[in-house]
Write a protein that binds this ligand. Structure first.
Ligand code: CP3
Length: 349
């Protein structure tokens, strides 16, 4: 069936959908046995992300099982520092490890000379996925591209990996604002280019993941989250004026409102700490809202999941709404709980 309605895009364009559209952050990944099987054969995480056939196959896996309204291209937010020349590896069971960049003099490793070339497998994976979606009968499934937001990517670049307290990156931001601005500017420019290239390759919406937005005070949030995000939105829109852009400043609390009012994003993804009643009253009048089941509630399943889903849908269904979870699917999540969640959302639609 050609020209089937893509409900996910309808909501982002502020039209009324036929049903509640849904997709889940990290819907591809380790909770799926078929992903684990492929990973055994394929080697490391980056090898998979930079192999267009494998990346496309992994993107398709959850769609075949659950038929979400959107697929998200399988990649990672850390491909940007990698493509800019920073050393990156994913250590099994430990997460990403980068050579930390602690100040201006360290930034000289970063350059644009091979940026688009290194990321070209992602663009190829996008066009392969578009073909597969069509060929396998998922005409109404949209394809999402993404990048990390400058603040969150800078956290990994400066810390050299994950962090609990972000001491090094905050030290840099607070003590040497000039140097930190330099890094953020490089990330604004590269992220915008990366999103534009993904849109040219065929994605129909993009999401900006700011996973550590909640680590900043209100003033710093404005400086390092809101301003760079607005710049990316403007750069992307200068090439693609109508592309839906979803922002996800995770754990930003009250700052969600200023983010929505000041960045120009088309929709907002909320984490599970946000009360859906508040989101309905304060955010949904500006933009459609995406969210926000606690991923651990999905892992647990049972009656508590049913009740949480009912509340989220009850509070948000009368405005622009895309069902999602508040953060990525946890690797220990039973596949049957994801099946049950999809059935519940369809039942309430
Ligand atoms: O949502 C999807 O299905 C698309 C793919 C996707 C991945 N990472 C694949 C991945 C997306 C959108 C991301 C975004 C991402 N990556 C974020 C932002 C969202 C968030 O979760 O906060 C961040 C902070 C990262 C950085 C990152 N990548 C970390 C900290 C880790 C290790 C932690 C972990 O979960 O293992 C990764 C690795 C990673 N990225 C995996 C996947 C499926 C696990 C790789 C594996 O071991 O197989």
């Amino acid at each position: 069936m050609a020209n089937q309605k893509k409900n996910f895009l309808e909501v982002l364009k502020k039209h009324k959908p036929d049903h509640i559209p849904f997709w889940f952050m990290r819907q591809a990944g380790r909770y799926l046995p078929e992903y684990m099987e492929l990973r055994k054969q394929a080697g490391g995480f980056l090898d998979m992300a930079y192999n267009p056939d494998i990346a496309s196959e992994i993107t398709m896996q959850p769609i075949r099982r659950f038929g979400m309204d959107a697929a998200i291209i399988f990649s990672d937010i850390l491909v940007i520092p990698h493509a800019l020349g920073q050393h990156l590896e994913f250590v099994q069971g430990k997460g990403p490890k980068l050579n930390p960049l602690r100040g201006s003099s360290d930034f000289s490793v970063l350059n644009f000379s091979k940026f688009q070339q290194i990321l070209s497998p992602v663009h190829e994976a996008i066009s392969l996925t578009k073909t597969s979606l069509k060929k396998e009968g998922f005409e109404s499934t949209a394809l999402i591209g993404f990048c990390g937001a400058p603040w969150t990517v800078a956290c990994y670049m400066v810390e050299g990996g994950g962090s609990r307290d972000f001491i090094n990156v905050k030290k840099l931001a607070f003590q040497d604002e000039k140097a930190f601005s330099e890094l953020i500017e490089i990330l604004v420019e590269s992220s915008a280019q990366y999103l534009i290239d993904q849109i040219n390759a065929g994605v129909e919406a993009v999401q900006i993941f700011d996973s550590w937005a909640g680590a900043l005070d209100a003033q710093s949030f404005h400086k390092w989250v809101v301003n760079p995000t607005r710049q990316i939105v403007n750069l992307v829109r200068s090439q693609h004026p109508d592309i839906p852009i979803i922002g996800f400043p995770r754990c930003a609390g009250q700052n969600y409102l200023s983010y929505v009012q000041n960045t120009g994003v088309s929709a907002i993804s909320i984490d599970q700490n946000i009360d859906t009643k508040w989101a309905a009253n304060s955010l949904q009048s500006f933009v459609p809202v995406q969210g926000n089941l606690d991923p651990i509630c999905l892992l647990t399943g049972g009656d508590s999941m049913v009740m949480a889903v009912e509340k989220i849908i009850g509070d948000l269904k009368d405005g622009g709404f895309i069902f999602n979870i508040g953060h990525g699917i946890h690797k220990q999540t039973p596949v049957e709980h994801v099946e049950k969640l999809c059935a519940l959302i369809r039942e309430y639609s």
